[in-house]
Write a protein that binds this ligand. Structure first.
Ligand SMILES: [Zn+2]
Length: 316
């Protein structure tokens, strides 16, 4: 009988997945020079620049958004060879769960021009991800955006690792390093490592509830028939991420100064919705002026902690 040897695994900390988000890469350099804070919990951490070519060009990506390259179909399509897609394959080969030095958890650092504060983005309801997010929320009070069931946005990086989430911090302009953004990102990563180490030792305690903002829909700017915007974001909404909105609240303003109110489908009429990624600079090309979420409080599932524990047990 052949027994399967489980290789000791690392935590992958990725920064610069988008090449013009400079705060995460700055932090990688900080940790390389002062690794004590990362080593405190005894976990082996791989610090990796996500998209070096895009980072050198100070662009979000070269040909294709790296954080939309990770759908199994795209990765397997040998006729597609955009530079960013090749980088996605390389990341999986060198640092994926089946690599020579595997990583089973990925923390993907991003920054945003929106006033998201220090927040977590999840891309599904995997129990281990939810446990890690619940631990982070208990430790730092971070709000969580669950970006799921969005057919127009797929292929997110963290989905290809057994456990992973995005730490998203803003507002900060593209290409700019701000100490406060770096500090918030650092807090998020160090807290996540503390949660993973506690899960590995079997002493992680999760709260009873997790507050999650579940993706509902993304709104584009109103547009003229030729496709050009006929309105901009309303000034009352700028930097108001995570603040509830109701139907009729002003969201856009046209060239004449006329306010355009929020229209919601009938099943949401009378409810509050929570906006995220308001006026994110990188989402203009995606036709997203903001995304709306529904705020929910979930009971922490009995399977969450064991799921994270099983993954954390593989860590060095
Ligand atoms: Zn990003």
């Amino acid at each position: 009988m052949i027994s399967q040897v489980v290789k000791p695994a690392q935590v992958l900390v990725l920064a610069g997945t988008h090449g013009n988000e400079r705060n995460g890469p700055w932090l990688l350099e900080h940790w390389r020079r002062q690794p004590e804070a990362l080593q405190r919990h005894g976990l082996e951490v791989a610090l990796v620049l996500g998209n070096p070519a895009a980072y050198t060009a100070n662009q979000r990506y070269l040909e294709r958004d790296l954080n939309r390259c990770f759908s199994p179909e795209l990765l397997a399509d040998s006729s597609r060879n955009e530079a960013d897609l090749q980088r996605a394959r390389q990341l999986l080969t060198c640092h994926g769960p089946d690599a020579e030095s595997p990583s089973v958890v990925v923390l993907d650092l991003h920054s945003t021009t929106s006033a998201m504060g220090n927040s977590v983005v999840l891309y599904g309801r995997r129990p281990a991800d939810l446990a890690l997010a619940a631990g982070l929320q208990a430790e730092l009070g971070l709000p969580i955006y669950l970006h799921e069931a969005d057919a127009s946005q797929t292929g997110f990086l963290v989905e290809r690792w057994p456990c992973g989430l995005v730490i998203e911090v803003g507002p900060v302009p593209q290409g700019v390093i701000q100490a406060q953004i770096c500090r918030q990102s650092k807090l998020g990563v160090e807290a996540a490592l503390a949660v993973l180490a506690a899960a590995q030792r079997g002493c992680l305690k999760l709260p009873d509830e997790l507050v999650v903002h579940c993706h509902l829909v993304s709104l584009d700017l109103p547009r003229h028939p030729d496709g050009s915007p006929s309105a901009c974001l309303h000034q009352a909404l700028q930097h108001r991420d995570w603040r509830p909105l109701r139907a009729g609240d002003p969201v856009f303003m046209d060239h004449c100064g006329k306010e355009i109110g929020l229209s919601l489908p009938s099943d949401l009429a009378g409810e509050s919705v929570w906006p995220v990624f308001i006026n994110e600079a990188a989402y203009g090309e995606k036709g997203i002026a903001l995304s709306l979420t529904r705020r929910q409080s979930w009971q922490v599932g009995a399977e969450w902690l064991p799921a994270l524990g099983a993954i954390a047990f593989q860590l060095v």
